[in-house]
Design a protein around this ligand. Structure first.
Ligand code: OSB
Ligand code: MG
Length: 368
């Protein structure tokens, strides 16, 4: 791919409103913007979506910077590749660290698409011109949740996901359903329950949820299969699926009926596409998850979600959901609950250099 330079920019921005789950409160976001430039002067962009602390997965911004600087970029320097899918096997000698791997792998996909003058969505086999958007409600009171839902529905969103936990589930969902009897609703537990809560979780079946996401342990596949047998509501796995093999096992053993595909969590677009293809062939619906991300990752999510198996609206909201001003230009906008898939080469959004200067806290570069 004739890489000439890789640059890493760590940026930091406050969230417009805090993102609260039983695991903690996110009020500020750090992320890594990756820029890969080739000999012809074309650049591809990626984003590292690990958080500053390891509350969602074991990775952090600092571990990602370490993996990128000391292992992943040196591997690319030593072993030139012709196609982004080769990065997947090149990175196999490094255990896990999926978000660090994805950060640079997706930049290679953007660069490759641009070098072929193809939209990234088309390169991946995407077929949609627009995707249905969804928004996540993550707040600490019923009152705030209802207010936010009303505001987002007015902005055009047509599907919501609400964070739940044993202290805040049945009454919250009951109240939301009372106001919106037909609204497509998902509930995401981020591992707040155990099998001891089986009867309680069964009681949530009455709300006719699209699905319940990751009710049990973050690394479990076995007990979710046991739970799914008892629940009417489809289970969707998020945290438990870190690779194609995890997805295969979860489906084979009946641990879930849908998968939340996050590019960062599974180590890149190649792996995300493999999971999509496997599920699509078997009629298992998938959807694209979110990471409170900046616009570069959001743009990659849009390309991914244009593939035909993404039949459930994902956690892809507009840039304005979290940011006063995003890091991309133009920003991602939601019109009538939908986001259009760009039809220009690569991810279809460029880096907003002014915003980068305003938010940058560290940078590193690696000449090839
Ligand atoms: O569990 O899906 C999750 C955000 C950060 C970490 C984990 C999760 C989330 C979300 C998506 O729920 C939020 C978004 O980006 O819209
Ligand atoms: Mg989740």
């Amino acid at each position: 791919m004739n890489i000439k330079m890789v640059e890493l920019f760590v940026i930091r921005m406050p969230l417009k409103t805090p993102f609260t789950t039983h695991l903690g409160n996110v009020t500020e976001r750090e992320g890594i913007i990756v820029k890969v430039t080739n000999q012809d002067g074309l650049s591809g962009f990626g984003e590292g979506v690990a958080f500053s602390s390891p509350w969602y997965t074991e990775e952090t911004v600092a571990t990602s910077m370490h993996m990128l600087s000391d292992f992943l970029i040196p591997l690319l320097q030593k072993h030139p590749i012709q196609h982004p899918k080769e990065a997947y096997s090149l990175f196999q000698c490094i255990r896990r660290n999926q978000m660090a791997k994805a950060a640079i792998e997706i930049a290679l996909w953007d660069l490759y698409a641009k070098s072929k003058s193809l939209p990234l969505s088309k390169l991946l086999g995407g077929t949609r011109e627009e995707i249905v958007s969804g928004v996540v409600i993550a707040t600490d009171s019923m009152e705030k949740a209802l207010k936010q839902i009303e505001e987002y529905l007015q902005e055009g969103y047509r599907r919501i996901k609400v964070k739940i936990n044993p202290q805040m589930d049945y009454p919250l969902l009951k109240e939301i359903r009372r106001h919106y009897p037909d609204l497509p609703i998902m509930a995401d537990a981020n591992s707040a329950y155990t099998l001891k809560d089986m009867d309680h979780l069964k009681s949530l079946d009455e709300f006719n949820l699209l699905l319940i996401e990751q009710p049990l342990a973050h690394d479990d596949i076995i007990e979710h299969a046991q739970l799914q047998k008892e629940l009417k509501t489809p289970i969707c796995l998020d945290e438990s699926i870190t690779s194609f093999e995890d997805a295969q096992k979860a489906i084979k053993y009946g641990s879930c009926r849908s998968i939340n595909v996050k590019i960062g969590r599974v180590g890149g677009l190649y792996e995300a596409k493999r999971i999509h293809d496997y599920c699509y062939e078997r009629g298992i619906p998938v959807w694209c998850g979110g990471m409170i991300e900046f616009g570069i990752s959001r743009a990659h999510n849009i390309a991914l979600a244009s593939m035909p198996g993404f039949t459930i609206p994902g956690d892809i909201s507009g840039s304005k959901r979290f940011w006063e001003e995003d890091i991309i230009s133009p920003e991602v906008i939601v019109v009538n609950g939908k986001i259009s898939v760009p039809n220009v080469p690569g991810i279809g959004f460029s880096l907003n250099e002014k915003r980068l200067r305003e938010t940058i806290i560290a940078k590193k570069h690696f000449p090839f």
